[in-house]
Design a protein around this ligand. Structure first.
Ligand code: TXA
Ligand code: MG
Length: 304
């Protein structure tokens, strides 16, 4: 356990058991580690990831809560219930885990190994299911090994997951609670506790429709041009690889994991720069994490 916590603190990946499915864990505040999650899973887009926490009190510095959320957390945590909340932790290191959204997604897993790992690491642990993208979620350590093998630094074996399906995800950012993913906690149990109906979202959270629409919404304020081979007048230029005359370079050595880790922070910096009214970015190769980067920047460059 001590070794696993050190791996997390040093930016490595640890697969760990929860009551739902095994998670592929990284330090939420380390964008390079978060980028390597997407690479290990072979995920073609940046979905927002769930932050796993071990103490309810931590929530108040991380996300906007109200009595309703605290009551739900006290009743159902630790357990298979995940909240989408308004983010208040503005640390840009969190941007990649949140896929650039102004929400943060949080749960407290009900498994002693997961809780101890989070406490020992001293940071929230961001974790999607510990399997290759578009394959079945793992409910044993062996499943994780068969899917991800040596792409993870460590796998903690906590036996078979008791619940076996992913957590129930609800959006609690608005007046009405909206179900984003049916999961290990029955909607009826939530409704009975709340004494109100939960709305069912039409979007499937595994398809990037709902986060996707939001990504478009949170595009940079500045005009944004992608696949730019050089800078034009008035443009803040974000390069990739061997590019002269750029203001920032996502990765001089053309490393896509490094580029993914820098992407959101650099877009923020470019957008905040008042000297330029436009942003341009070098072409990003369509391989490995380049797929997810291109997916994100295409949305950001989308013109309404
Ligand atoms: O049981 C679970 O929830 C497991 C264990 C490891 O905790 N984790 C898990 O994570 O299933 P993942 O990344 O495989 O699924 C989370 C889903 C994704 O489809 C993501 O798009 C959606 O939740 N999601 C997360 N934050 C969201 C947000 N702010 N808005 C819409 N969808 C969101
Ligand atoms: Mg999954």
């Amino acid at each position: 356990m001590a070794k696993a916590a050190t791996v997390i603190q040093n930016g490595g990946l640890v697969a760990f058991p929860t009551e739902t499915v095994y998670g592929l864990g990284a330090n939420v505040y380390n964008p390079k580690a978060v980028a390597s999650i997407y690479e290990a899973k072979g995920r073609p887009s940046f979905n927002p990831l769930i932050s796993h926490i071990a103490e309810i009190d931590f929530l108040s510095t991380y996300a906007l809560t109200d009595q309703r959320v605290i009551a739900l957390a006290k009743r159902f945590w630790p357990g298979p219930l995940t909240f989408v909340l308004k983010r208040i932790d503005t640390n840009p290191a969190l941007d990649l885990a949140c896929a650039g959204l102004r929400t943060v997604t949080v749960r407290m897993p009900n498994h002693p190994v997961a809780l101890e790992l989070i406490k020992k690491s001293g940071v929230p642990i961001v974790a999607p299911s510990a399997n290759k993208s578009q394959t079945i979620s793992p409910t044993t350590a062996r499943h994780v090994f068969e899917s991800l093998g040596n792409r993870v630094d460590m796998i903690l074996d906590g036996g078979q997951c008791k619940v076996g399906v992913e957590s129930t995800i609800i959006d609690v950012t608005g007046k009405n609670i909206v179900l984003l993913r049916a999961g290990g906690l029955a909607v009826e149990d939530l409704e009975q506790f709340l004494g109100e109906k939960i709305l069912i979202s039409n979007g499937n959270p595994d398809l990037p429709t709902s986060p996707g629409q939001m990504l478009k919404h949170y595009a940079p304020a500045h005009d944004f041009r992608i696949n730019a081979l050089s800078r034009e007048d008035g443009e803040f230029f974000i390069g990739f690889g061997k590019v002269e005359d750029c203001d920032l370079n996502l990765s001089e050595k053309a490393d896509l994991v490094e580029a993914a880790a820098n992407l959101f922070a650099y877009m923020r910096l470019a957008d905040a720069n008042t000297k330029y009214a436009k942003i341009a970015m070098s072409p990003i190769p369509m391989q490995g994490l380049g797929l997810a980067i291109n997916d994100r920047i295409k949305r950001a460059a989308y013109k309404k």
